[in-house]
Design a protein around this ligand. Structure first.
Ligand SMILES: Cc1cc2nc3c(=O)[nH]c(=O)nc-3n(C[C@H](O)[C@H](O)[C@H](O)COP(=O)(O)OP(=O)(O)OC[C@H]3O[C@@H](n4cnc5c(N)ncnc54)[C@H](O)[C@@H]3O)c2cc1C
Ligand code: FES
Length: 270
């Protein structure tokens, strides 16, 4: 019988991988999450703490999936501190998925925005020519570089890292690298997930040149299923109508890149 995505399923975290001092990957066994579409997310219940939206991370072990969490406030720190043997609740998967174009692709991930990019990579074919850009604040916060190279070993590919402080890879914001690459190369598709200002600039760089571009938006989510309205961006509900939107659609949205709603639903500047 098919599982109801709106019912919380309890899973046991089996393994915790330390990616950086502030980022960990929690691996668990499940029937549904290992096979979600690239870009889909789950609502993750951290018992006694809160429930958070999380992109579903791949696992290289069959029958397993993962969440890769950066510790921030109380909820994400609660998830970050989960130990092997402890239980979490999951519901979903929710959201649409990337429209994968043939040919030469540019993938851009900032921080945990790399999680949907890893699953996108596993859905590519060997004929895809892939450039993956990893954006991080500093060398200590770079992760998934080796994993990406390993996943892309059968593809023509390059994995480039940029750090804001220049301590590793290119010096500067990843969006500067995006602008350089799209101005010097032809791409058939650009895919981005990360901080919204980063996504905004990436969408601008690609869309202004007529390149197909999609961004996976991360907005405040409470229900995850289109009821509460906390994730709205203009007329769109990110959880229900996205999370992935085309550059063409986003270029008409007056909130994208400029305003977001806080936990009380109040519009704030980025
Ligand atoms: C679709 C989606 C996928 C995500 N995937 C990941 C992921 O793979 N890994 C990861 O570490 N984080 C992911 N996030 C972000 C994550 O849900 C939290 O925003 C983040 O962990 C901080 O939460 P906090 O309550 O600990 O922080 P707080 O300090 O309480 O909040 C910090 C900021 O986090 C954001 N935030 C807080 N609660 C929520 C919420 N319920 N929904 C959305 N944003 C919130 C707000 O911008 C807030 O200002 C995702 C968010 C979305 C919407
Ligand atoms: S999170 Fe409730 S409507 Fe999107």
């Amino acid at each position: 019988m098919q599982r109801n995505p709106n019912h919380t399923t309890i899973v046991t975290v089996e393994k915790v991988i330390e990616e950086t001092p502030t980022v960990r990957t929690l691996v668990y066994s499940d029937d549904v999450m290992p096979n979600v579409l690239p870009g889909q997310f789950a609502m993750v219940w951290i018992p006694g703490v809160n429930e958070l939206p999380m992109s579903v991370m791949i696992s290289q072990e069959s029958g397993k999936a993962a969440f890769t969490v950066r510790k921030h406030g109380a909820a994400s720190t609660g998830l970050f501190n989960i130990q092997p043997g402890q239980k979490i609740g999951i519901r979903g998967p929710y959201g649409n998925s990337f429209d994968i174009k043939a040919g030469k692709l540019l993938l851009v991930g900032g921080g945990t925005g790399l999680v949907p990019m890893m699953r996108l990579i596993t859905n590519l074919t060997p004929s895809h020519d892939v450039t993956l850009l990893i954006g991080a604040k500093t060398k200590d916060e770079v992760f998934f570089e080796d994993l990406a190279n390993q996943l892309l070993k059968d593809n023509k590919h390059q994995v480039l890292v940029s750090t804001d402080d220049g301590s590793y890879g290119e010096n500067g914001f990843v969006t500067d690298l995006v602008e350089k690459l799209v101005s010097e190369n032809h791409f058939d598709g650009v895919y981005v997930c990360g901080p919204e200002k980063m996504m905004y600039k990436t969408v601008q760089s690609a869309h202004s040149r007529g390149i197909f571009v999609q961004a996976s938006l991360e907005r405040m989510m409470k229900c995850g299923v289109g009821i509460c309205g906390s994730c709205c961006i203009g007329e769109d509900l990110v959880c229900h109508d996205g999370t992935i939107f085309d550059g063409e659609h986003l270029s008409k949205n007056k909130e994208f890149g400029y305003f977001h709603r806080n936990k009380a639903g109040i519009l704030e500047n980025y």
